[in-house]
Design a protein around this ligand. Structure first.
Ligand code: YCP
Ligand code: CO
Length: 276
């Protein structure tokens, strides 16, 4: 796995709790909903324009400004300012997920280079999981995670309690230690909490393929969501979602389903968003 922990923030719990209460009042946005199932939303804290309604993370060559929401989070801002070199930051957001997931996908397909993206969990639970290919892990609060978006990755929260991550996009190609204000805060040897999963049974594989018998335009998204969840509890790579979807679509003999399967695979792992 290429995603890894690169450092740790030791939060002052009462200060973080106060900001989480404030975050609860923020309006989160639906951008990237084509990658999501269930509740998965974003909130813009710092970006190029300083506008909270500029919801996308984009490549740019200038400095970031806090948005109306970013300005309110004094403690989070202090943590960022004390930990990282601000000049490398391109976007700061919050990702929120409740009883939902982000379908396995690759990032940056729409960009020239993309970013070095890090996540810092602010609110976690044991059912809030992240994956890269054939590894599933449970990010812990305060861990600074580099997420290799160029590999197929996915994230979920199988709980009705909110999951919140702080997400910072840095300029690409800068060594990790140089993203930190103090290079001693770069800690590459912290051990992640990897989830143990059980073997996918032959019988289960049969039922997965049997979804070809019920797939239609009404349940297509639900079936994609079911396929996306399997690797979180069975010992398989998230990449299999696309092979299964292709087999199910082919066996369905339904042209519209085959086309939808191609389109969603293009979006998620081949071409990215089309209008870019
Ligand atoms: C992520 N990737 O990996 C983001 C979410 C779609 C692109 C939105 O967290
Ligand atoms: Co991603």
């Amino acid at each position: 796995m290429e995603s890894k922990i690169i450092g740790k923030v030791n939060f002052e719990e009462h200060l973080l709790d106060k900001e989480l209460k404030l975050i609860d009042t923020f309006e989160f946005n639906d951008s990237y909903s084509e990658y999501a199932s269930g509740i998965w939303k974003t909130c813009m804290l710092w970006n190029r324009s300083g506008q909270k309604d500029d919801h996308l993370s984009i490549e740019h060559d200038t400095y970031v400004k806090p948005t109306e929401y970013g300005k309110q989070l004094a403690y989070v801002n202090e943590i960022i300012a004390n930990t990282f070199k601000k000049e490398h930051i391109k976007t700061v957001r919050l990702f929120m997920c409740i009883n939902g997931l982000i379908i396995p996908h690759k990032d940056y397909l729409e960009f020239k280079k993309g970013f070095t993206r890090i996540h810092i969990p602010l609110k976690i639970n044991e059912h809030a999981l992240t994956s890269e290919e054939d590894v599933v892990y449970n990010m812990q609060k305060g861990e600074i995670w580099f997420i290799e978006g160029r590999k197929i990755h996915s994230a979920a929260n199988f709980s009705k309690v909110k999951r919140i991550n702080l997400v910072i996009d840095f300029a690409p190609d800068i060594p990790f230690e140089e993203l930190f204000l103090n290079s001693e805060n770069y800690q590459p040897n912290l051990i992640p909490k990897i989830s143990q999963r059980t073997q996918l049974k032959e019988e289960e594989l049969g039922y997965i393929k049997g979804l070809s018998k019920i797939i239609n335009e009404m349940n297509f998204d639900d079936i994609l969501s079911i396929l996306s969840k399997i690797h979180f509890y069975r010992n398989v790579s998230s990449e299999l979602v696309f092979g299964w979807l292709d087999e199910i679509a082919t066996a369905s003999n339904n042209y519209n389903i085959q086309r939808k399967a191609q389109e969603v695979t293009d979006l998620l792992i081949r071409k990215g968003p089309i209008n870019n």
